[in-house]
Ligand binder design. Structure first.
Ligand code: UDP
Length: 407
């Protein structure tokens, strides 16, 4: 993210989304694959709400440790503020400014859930920032109409019925841990409608509750991304994401070696060992690590790629980087697995290949000339603007507040 650092007393609340159009229908819950509706109207619906967004406790906003959640939070601030809502944020100390007041909370970070096992018990460090964030919520809840939780953690889910304010949980990853699955299922028994996800594939990873999870997709400030109608020479491919086993950097090296095309990789170096192993396995691959960039710099850097490679080994809940690349006019070559399979239109905005099919990805690279890069951008303008995201989320929050009033 490209914002300047905020102090605990920062109080700007003037985000501006400004991208064209927003989805018109309230209450959409995404019942068909790839069915995110196009944006249709810019008019805010319903009354102004006071919304508190709770960030992830794994790291401060701007650190990259929170992965796509950090950008999602920023998009929600921009989109919901543009619809006339008053938005504030609670986040770990050291977070960057995101266009709304950020209440910075001290404490020990939570371990990222993707690094613990399915049967792992819930763990909490001494003086946890997660606990402190939710203490803050409890103390200040009367000032808000609704809390929007982005943390993939057991504690806020468990605490929800103990609070007076309705809490909406936007679940950022697929099913990873039994204790979390059970907590979500229990929550939906007492608070129907209190959880949403980014894609249908993500919902399907929670079989017991899949049909009760609302699908809201995701969105970005499209106007902050420049379209590159042609790829740069010499031709190269791109990878954007955390360098970690679940993101499949080894398959990126394999594709680089087989195609002979250089690959530039941007993202947080979370697991250096998995990078080194991939490099050793594919010594002919020209893959260069380009560091972790703020959003404005990232979009400028990736626009010249001939394509973005997405070869994740897990069910990617959404894959923000797919819509970021497409916003720059960059087609996406992705495994037909998880969120990217619902974002990429095969043959139009990139190519979908069978999961783990490296040969399929190599073939797709040879077909990139068939893609009109402007189509990639248009798809994002229509479905994945901050306005479109905010309208879907706003409809969800409105429904939840109404339901909660009846509990
Ligand atoms: N990102 C970034 N700078 C970089 C590389 C990645 O800010 O140099 C961000 C990117 O914008 C995206 C996030 O990292 O929002 C990755 O999110 P994604 O949903 O693709 O995957 P996650 O990390 O959540 O699994």
């Amino acid at each position: 993210m490209a914002e300047s650092a905020a102090s605990s007393s920062s109080s700007s609340s003037s985000g501006s989304a400004g991208s064209a159009g927003s989805a018109g229908s309230a209450g959409w819950s995404g019942s068909r694959p790839g069915a995110l509706p196009p944006a249709t109207s810019a008019a805010p619906a319903g009354r102004t709400r006071r919304i508190l967004i709770c960030s992830t406790p794994v790291g401060p906003l701007g650190s990259g440790i929170g992965g796509g959640v950090e950008l999602t939070l920023h998009s929600l601030v921009l989109g919901l503020t543009a619809r006339g809502h008053h938005v504030e944020v609670v986040a770990p100390e050291g977070s960057l400014h995101v266009g709304a007041r950020v209440h910075q909370i001290a404490g020990a970070p939570q371990t990222s859930s993707q690094t613990v096992g399915r049967d792992a018990p819930i763990e909490m460090p001494a003086r946890p920032v997660l606990g402190a964030m939710w203490d803050w919520v409890r103390e200040h809840q009367a000032h808000f109409d609704v809390v929007l939780n982005l943390a993939y953690d057991w504690l806020p889910v468990y605490l929800t019925p103990f609070l007076d304010v309705p809490v909406a949980h936007l679940v950022s990853m697929g099913s990873l841990n039994e204790a979390m699955d059970v907590a979500l299922a229990d929550l939906l028994e007492v608070r129907p409608g209190a959880a949403a996800v980014h894609s249908r594939a993500q919902a399907a990873t929670f079989p017991a509750i899949a049909d009760r999870l609302r699908v809201v997709g995701n969105g970005i400030a499209v106007e902050r991304y420049d379209v590159h109608l042609t790829a740069d020479e010499p031709r190269h491919l791109g990878f954007v994401g955390r360098i970690s086993p679940e993101k499949g950097i080894d398959d990126v090296f394999a594709i680089a070696q087989a195609t002979g095309l250089p690959v530039k990789a941007w993202g947080l170096m979370q697991d250096e060992a998995c990078w080194r192993e991939a490099a050793a396995q594919y010594p002919g691959a020209q893959v260069t690590y380009e560091g972790f960039l703020a959003t404005d710099d990232l979009q400028a850097a990736i626009g010249g790629c001939a394509a973005l490679l997405m070869t994740p080994k897990w069910v990617e809940a959404f894959g923000n980087v797919a819509i970021e690349a497409m916003a720059c006019g960059v087609p996406v070559i992705a495994y037909r697995r998880g969120g990217p399979a619902e974002i990429v239109v095969d043959g139009e905005t990139g190519f979908l290949v069978d999961p783990d099919d490296i040969d399929g990805a190599i073939l797709a690279v040879s077909r990139l000339g068939e893609i009109d890069r402007l189509m990639c951008r248009q798809r994002v303008d229509e479905r994945y603007s901050t306005d479109a995201l905010a309208e879907r989320v706003d409809a969800w929050l409105g429904d939840l507040i109404r339901l909660d009033a009846r509990v």
